[in-house]
Design a protein around this ligand. Sequence first.
Ligand code: SF4
Length: 221
Amino acid sequence: MTRKCIVALHQLKFTALSKPNPITELPIMETFYTVQGEGFYSGRAAFFIRVAGCDVGCVWCDVKDSWNANEHEILQVSELVNQVKESGTNFVVITGGEPGMYDLSYLTNQLHTLNVEIAVETSGAYELRGEYDWICLSPKKFKKPLDSVISKAHELKIVVFNKSDIEWAETHSKQVPEHCKLYLQAEWEKKEKMYDLILSYITQNSQWRISVQTHKYLGVD
Ligand code: SF4
């Protein structure tokens, strides 16, 4: 089967089937062991799995290379699990791309056998399929999040690109569960302007916290 066929097959919605076959291979852009730079787990060592493929289309996306899954290698879940095991980590972050495009039940099930915690970073545009300990929802205006993902979020992280994103943030903060942590994060290229806006907003709305992309200041992935 060609890579294109494999990716297309994996992106099919298996939810309609009562017993879907486990997804044992996935298009992966990169994996790396580093420190989570942003959001609730900022500063914690984490093994990142960046799944390839995203059709959300954020104009300011800083990982546009991830969009086309066909340009990336297909890795076996067993290979990913081995990499995580060898790293010795206790925390895995699955990001993208958009992880929600794939059924990651098998991957997350296998990772959990290593006794690691698993976080996912998602726009919420797709139904989440997998066993996650932490769901970081970062909804985008370009493809709106599903209610089913909003209702499960542990962390709401809004990228602030302009002033109207604060309104977008508030709209979603009213929909997430009460325990959900709320973060405003400046879009990197506009950070000088947006930091001022965010800091001013947070001092008047203390339920929000600022998320700073510390990994970019540190010069790590
Ligand atoms: S959802 Fe994420 S990966 Fe997809 S376009 Fe937006 S920022 Fe980029």
